[in-house]
Design a protein around this ligand. Structure first.
Ligand SMILES: Cc1cc2nc3c(=O)[nH]c(=O)nc-3n(C[C@H](O)[C@H](O)[C@H](O)COP(=O)(O)O)c2cc1C
Length: 207
């Protein structure tokens, strides 16, 4: 298992160009999405939504707003991660329902909500979008790894024009906002050599 997982981590790279003739099967992509669904979110709020784009015309339409990167229209599946900003606000119907689903007495739910609200107030930037986006990155990390386990390539895309992307996708920015984009498919070229710092440089022990 360790070997398999390390192999996947070594296989994964930021794929700059996909073979557009190769498409990911529904079965494989559903497996990948399931690992997003099972990923953790802070307070269990599940405020991330994914739009999966396989339509080639739409990919072409989005490309100029993603720095014209070739991954956008050469990939098989383009995933847009969105944060449900409105629903994630403390005391929203959504957050109340999420605390209620734990089956705790009302008093405990109210206490949880208070902690949630105070947590948001205590953040350096009291910005639901920023916080929600962090949760989106957790799902993102899961799915690039599970894709790599299936020998499916990916490329994270932070290079995009958020407002323009939201306009093309007809996203109501009062309710949700784009956090991240990620392209999936099969590589056109061999992957380049990986450059990483040695473990001793990024990790210290306090024993
Ligand atoms: C959040 C995030 C956003 C990124 N955005 C882009 C992007 O817009 N375009 C791109 O070509 N690569 C993008 N990358 C890829 C990184 O440049 C790449 O992961 C890094 O150089 C390490 O290389 P490797 O992934 O091939 O090991 C992004 C990576 C991350 C994690």
């Amino acid at each position: 298992m360790k070997e398999t997982l390390l192999e996947a981590y070594n296989f994964r790279h930021a794929c700059k160009l996909f073979d557009h003739t190769k498409k990911i099967t529904d079965e494989d992509f559903n497996f990948i999405l399931e690992t997003a669904r099972l990923s953790p979110t802070s307070f269990g709020m599940e405020g991330v939504r994914l739009t999966v784009i396989t339509n080639d015309d739409l990919k072409k339409e989005l490309k100029p707003f993603c720095w014209n990167q070739n991954q956008i229209d050469s990939c098989s599946h383009l995933v847009v991660f969105k944060t449900k900003t409105k629903e994630l606000k403390p005391y929203s119907e959504w957050t109340k329902a999420k605390f209620a689903e734990r089956g705790l007495p009302q008093e405990a739910q109210d206490k949880y909500m208070e902690v949630y609200a105070n947590f948001h107030k205590s953040l350096k930037s009291d910005d639901i979008y920023e916080w929600g986006t962090r949760q989106a990155y957790i799902l993102f990390s899961s799915i690039i790894t599970s894709a790599a386990l299936l020998k499916i390539d990916s490329c994270p895309i932070e290079g995009f024009e958020k407002e323009n992307l939201e306009k093309v996708l007809k996203i109501n920015a009062d309710e949700e906002e784009v956090s991240l984009v990620c392209a999936f498919g099969y590589r056109e070229h061999e992957q380049p050599t990986k450059h990483r710092l040695p473990l001793e440089e990024i990790c210290e022990y306090i024993k």
